[in-house]
Design a binder for this molecule. Structure first.
Ligand code: C6P
Length: 414
């Protein structure tokens, strides 16, 4: 990673911050410094207003009523799907399934495509830096099918060793599933290259985009993956909503995962037929308001400019990485050349939970723990790390506050 620092003059972070009411509040008598964006992001007023407007003026069930409000809600809900389709550059709205988030998206693929297509002796290939949400669904599937989970290793920088990944792809590999970016280390994977390799071996590709979408412009056609899933709450949208992109031909051939309302065409006790895509995978009343809120969030970041956000966050990553070198005994875990604005670290003499607690007294929010990536913690021989993750509204001054906060931690424990 180059440490040359450049600062984008076209990105007005002070103006951006004014869109986020929560950033104005104080915590424990201090100005909030929110550096836990990989866990969840704060919401701009535009998203909050859209949710309120929906409940005040448009609330109704979708795809059901002929009455006015149902038509308005349906149009807004389907409009949100179109926004997501365009955001990911999917070919068609039929390829966008609303889910509760990344975890549900991965489970949907495992339970529908996986259960239909996996046999005993088959293999699923993941990598050593996956979040539990991209490990456990495959373990459940493999246990049921008598298949084997294989894990591609990472080097000491936290980069997937692509040659090893390639070696583990065989004609037994039916699914390759990997993250776009690691939540615990920030590593950005070469997803296009990994997708090509997996396809050459005959596997389908599932990408966990939870940490990709907030930091990188996404083009699923350019990546070439079969499935891509992400969570709204990590991209300045509401919790409880996300989306799964799936290639139309694959979704079409997959059985429904959950049964109930909206996913049916007709039901009789003898035989039920299923709805067209994407509704076949959206059983029950969907999370209408939050789908609309998610689209507003994507419009919001689109209006700021995805490239500008990425440049701003990269600047913060470089600046904070450099300043953190001042802290005695601090070790950064994850030094990938391609890295999102996530910095995991340990302090020689202090447990991460103590670091988090003392920073909290200063109004600084970071995450501490295993970050739902326990195998990764074992790989780096640490029980836990502190993790500062930067979003589009963070500033260099906040990186400075983190450094000063860590100096206080050392005063207490050093
Ligand atoms: N990571 C973090 O603090 P859900 O919970 O379904 O929205 O996202 C799960 C998930 C899957 N993959 C990756 C790479 C993720 O980072 C996450 C969520 C949070 O790092 C909460 S554990």
């Amino acid at each position: 990673m180059s440490l040359a620092i450049s600062h984008s003059v076209t990105y007005d972070v002070d103006r951006v911050r004014r869109d986020f009411p929560i950033l104005q509040r104080s915590v424990r008598g201090r100005q909030l410094v929110y550096l836990d964006n990989a866990a969840t992001t704060q919401k701009p007023q535009q998203v909050i207003d859209r949710l309120t407007r929906y409940y005040r003026e448009e609330n109704s069930n979708v795809h059901r009523g002929v009455h006015y409000l149902s038509e308005v809600a349906t149009a807004a809900y389907e409009g949100a799907r179109t926004t997501i389709q365009r955001f990911l550059n999917a070919k068609s709205e039929k390829e966008i399934v609303f889910t509760r988030g990344t975890t549900e998206g991965i489970n949907l693929v495992a339970q529908s495509w996986g259960r239909k297509n996996l046999r005993g002796g088959d293999e699923v290939l993941i990598t050593a830096i996956e979040h539990h949400s991209n490990i456990v669904p495959w373990q459940l599937l493999c246990a049921e099918k008598g298949a084997t989970l294989r894990v591609a290793p990472v080097n000491d920088a936290g980069e997937v060793i692509v040659e090893e990944f390639a070696k583990l792809l065989t004609d037994r590999t039916k699914i390759a599933a990997f993250g776009h970016a690691s939540n615990a280390l920030g590593t950005i994977n070469p997803v296009r290259q990994m997708t090509e390799l997996a396809h050459a071996a005959g596997a389908i590709v599932v990408i966990d985009g939870a940490q990709g979408v907030p930091h990188l412009p996404i083009d699923v056609q350019e990546i070439g993956c079969d499935f891509y899933t992400f969570s709204g709450h990590k991209v300045y949208g509401p919790t409880g909503i996300g989306a799964l992109y799936g290639r139309e031909a694959l979704l079409d051939a997959m059985p429904p995962w959950m049964g109930g309302g909206d996913m049916i065409l007709s039901v009789s006790f003898e035989k039920t037929t299923y709805n067209a895509l994407p509704y076949k995978f959206e059983a029950g009343t969907p999370n209408i308001a939050d789908a609309i809120g998610l689209a507003t969030a994507l419009d919001y970041i689109g209006s700021l400019g995805l490239e500008k956000i990425a440049a701003h966050e990269h600047d913060l990553l470089l600046y904070a990485t450099e300043r953190l070198q001042e802290i005695k005994g601090l070790r950064i875990i994850g030094t990938s050349r391609q890295k999102a604005s996530v910095i995991s670290f340990t302090l020689e003499t202090v447990h991460p939970h103590d670091i988090g607690t003392i920073l909290d007294q200063e109004g600084i929010a970071i995450r501490t723990g295993h970050h739902c990536a326990q195998p990764l913690m074992m790989r780096f021989n640490v029980p836990a790390t502190g993790r500062a993750s930067f979003g589009l509204y963070n500033t260099r001054a906040e990186a400075d506050a983190l450094v000063e906060g860590l100096k206080k931690v050392l005063e207490v424990f050093g």
